[in-house]
Design a protein around this ligand. Structure first.
Ligand SMILES: Cc1ncc(COP(=O)(O)O)c(C=O)c1O
Length: 420
């Protein structure tokens, strides 16, 4: 049996503890309504939700349907991986998944490449230009390392300059990015939803930004690790040239699955830096080849098909629940959490207050000298999984539809107590 490391074991041991809200959140005298039946059924199907799981923004918990779909597909594949009766159906998994993701997230099937992570998509896009010394990329002050490190590497390899737009809550997206543009800007790469403060960029604002960038020949990439499954995500309506995302957070899919959407009109300009068998439509050994006419050209090599099948099942599972209902419940829970933080004498809100700009990523500003990294194990000891983010005084609760108001109240009171 594979055992977790000792520190994690101690944390896991606590996960079955009963949790009772204390402090300000228990004193409100308000009754939190019970979760509706469909949520209770869904929770029962997600093993990790037996304790307050607020880490979906880090790594999402899969429902049993997904875990079983992967296991069954692996079993099927390994009856005889090379037999046509097996390899034939296995070969359908990727095209079907591309079409499914395209349908659900507003893209065309030929605009979808399947990847293993958001980071993979970001790197494909980052390396798709022939960078020259002095070229510039604009990122923001709220990025995950996955949308920072590739630019550091390109800076060190090719001498590009990195500029940072201030996308703190309340800052105007288009105005702030515009301030950072110069004649040398070649790419804007920012998060659709910030993992540091939960701000989600409004679709209309992204479309306005796209309209500003396109005539200037500046490529527009969104890091959508925190998009699909958390907020409405319509690739076409966002207007960006490329959108990188993953299956292992809010979509509750297998770990190591993702997708990169590339606008059909710019496909030929998004140059390949890595290629291999799978990227091509035709080739010979005399030096000739033709790439696939779709974003599938960004894929190559032997692939984790059972995992991609699991991602398809995860999206299907969310659709069975009703994606709109899932997003609406997350919005409702977030509204509840924002109000609860507002009533707390000790806690502040680092996330946007306006419903249009917030997401289920709720970032709490801790009081005084309370340190988020020190708070993390204290909550863990109470069976509550949440996360520090970039600012040492910010602590993140990732609220998904399967969480409950009671869990939120419990977590907030545990944060107050842990900081007291
Ligand atoms: C905004 C953002 N981008 C990128 C990543 C990296 O995602 P992945 O592990 O899918 O590469 C994360 C992970 O938390 C993230 O929050």
């Amino acid at each position: 049996m594979v055992m977790p490391p000792a520190g994690r074991r101690a944390l896991l041991k606590t996960l079955a503890l009963p949790l009772i809200p204390v402090g300000a959140f228990a004193r409100t005298g308000r009754q939190t309504p019970a979760a509706p039946d469909w949520v209770r059924r869904a929770r029962a199907a997600i093993p990790a939700s037996s304790s307050p799981f607020f880490q979906t923004g880090g790594i999402g918990p899969s429902p049993r349907a997904v875990i079983e779909a992967v296991a069954e597909q692996l079993e099927f594949q390994n009856r005889s991986p090379a037999h046509p009766d097996v390899s034939g159906p296995m070969a359908r998994i990727e095209p079907d998944l591309r079409a499914q993701l395209a349908r659900v997230f507003g893209a065309r099937a030929e605009e979808v490449a399947l990847t293993h992570s958001t980071s993979e998509g970001i790197s494909i896009v980052a390396w798709s230009l022939d960078w020259r010394e002095g070229d510039e990329v604009v990122i923001s002050n709220t990025e995950h390392p996955a949308n920072v490190i590739p630019w550091y590497v390109l800076r060190d390899r090719f001498g590009i300059a990195i500029r940072e737009a201030d996308l703190s809550p309340g800052a105007d997206l288009v105005a702030e990015v515009r301030k950072q543009l110069s004649p040398r800007t070649r790419m804007v790469s920012i998060s659709h939803v910030s993992r540091n403060n939960g701000r989600r960029l409004r679709t209309a604002d992204c479309a306005r930004l796209a309209a500003l960038l396109r005539p200037r020949g500046i490529r527009f990439h969104l890091d959508g690790a925190q998009g699909p499954g958390l907020v409405e995500t319509d690739f076409g309506a966002l207007g960006c040239d490329a959108y990188s995302t993953c299956g292992h957070k809010w979509l509750l899919g297998p770990k190591g699955t993702g997708a990169l959407f590339v606008r059909r009109e710019v496909l030929e300009e998004v140059k390949l830096s890595w290629a291999g068998a799978h990227s091509h439509e035709t080739m010979d050994y005399d030096g000739n080849y033709r790439l696939l006419p779709s974003a599938a050209r960004f894929e190559f090599g032997t692939r984790a098909l059972a995992d991609f099948h699991g991602l398809s099942r995860a999206v299907e599972w969310l659709e069975e629940l009703g994606l709109d209902r899932v997003l609406a419940r997350t919005r409702d829970l977030t509204g509840y959490a924002v109000e609860a933080v507002g009533r707390s004498p000790a806690l502040g809100l680092a996330s946007p207050e306006t419903p249009e700009d917030r997401s289920g990523i709720l970032v709490v500003r801790l009081p005084g000298s309370c340190d988020a990294a020190a708070l993390y194990p204290k909550l863990g000891a109470r069976g509550i999984l949440a996360s520090p983010v970039r600012d040492p005084r910010d602590f993140r609760l990732s609220i998904h539809f399967f969480n409950t108001r009671d869990e939120i109240a419990t977590a907030l009171s545990a944060i107050e107590t842990g900081c007291a």
